[in-house]
Design a protein around this ligand. Sequence first.
Ligand SMILES: NC(=O)c1ccc[n+]([C@@H]2O[C@H](COP(=O)([O-])OP(=O)(O)OC[C@H]3O[C@@H](n4cnc5c(N)ncnc54)[C@H](OP(=O)(O)O)[C@@H]3O)[C@@H](O)[C@H]2O)c1
Length: 314
Amino acid sequence: MTRLLVLGATGTIGRAVVDAALEAGHVVDCVLRPHHAQGGHGLPRGARLHFGTVAQALEAGGAEAVICCMASRTGAPADAWAVDHDATAAAVAAARAAGVSHFVLLSAICVQRPKLAFQRAKLAVEARLAQSGLRCSIVRPTAYFKSLSGQLERLRAGKPFLVFGDGRVTACKPVSDGDLARYMLGCLDTPARWNRVLPIGGPGPAITPLEQGAMLARALGVAPTFRHVPLRLMDGIVAGLSLAGRMSPRMAAKAELARIGRYYATESMLLLDPATGRYDAAATPETGTATLEDFYGRLARGEARVALGAHSVF
Ligand SMILES: NC(=O)c1ccc[n+]([C@@H]2O[C@H](COP(=O)([O-])OP(=O)(O)OC[C@H]3O[C@@H](n4cnc5c(N)ncnc54)[C@H](OP(=O)(O)O)[C@@H]3O)[C@@H](O)[C@H]2O)c1
């Protein structure tokens, strides 16, 4: 049994970490933002909630390890630097000062080829953690199930599944929230995952957007139909918004979101081979047993739900 502090516990992966940690018999503290103080956060009773600073929660709960799943909910540059970098770096410093023995950081596999503000913020905080002197595990997952489920209602409404280009431009190895949470927890007592950057995907072969569309259609019992969106269209939108963004901060934020969309339309969520500059599905490590196909089945039957929120572009 370990005393753990989970940051970002009200997010998708944070919740899964809290559930998996309680199930494994750990004592779980969480720091929540004040807007959760009135309840409605949905965390299990077993989790001990704190509403102050990370340092205060560490002192009160005596956590031996921190699992940080905090992330900007929008991915917009200022928010990403404030949360993914500044707040996370402050948590690393607080953990070090409190004598915590291990810090597990949720990062993202897309930082391998950084083109976006939030990726640079994450890379900078990864470096801060690696240099902190704390024992650490930097976990870089591939795509989450929720991020591959945004077209459920389109297909339910009889509309075609949207793919960029021929639908085979990218691929990923989707990982379930629970499998990722258990992998992150496993970092604590697996020396091979200490002081390492850990790219990680889910089980089975990598799948393309075309295969996702076919899978979702199968789960819903509808014929798969696709609309192919030219990448040039995306480029036009990015260019137009970037121009408008020079005059309006609101447009600049939209431009960054469009750049994020374009990034995921063209970059795979797989291990990047620096020698070839190509993504390598076979070399991408995997964990767990849950498959996207089963998840789509549960979504179709109403047994699972996805809350995309402001993060739906991820
Ligand atoms: N989606 C994907 O396919 C994918 C794949 C790989 C990696 N990732 C990475 O995974 C991360 C997202 O994980 P997720 O989907 O679990 O996140 P999420 O559901 O958006 O949750 C974000 C968490 O961070 C907290 N948070 C946000 N702003 C905060 C602030 N200013 N101070 C303190 N806490 C704050 C939120 O608390 P509140 O409830 O108070 O807002 C929430 O608990 C991102 O970094 C993304 O790059 C995503």
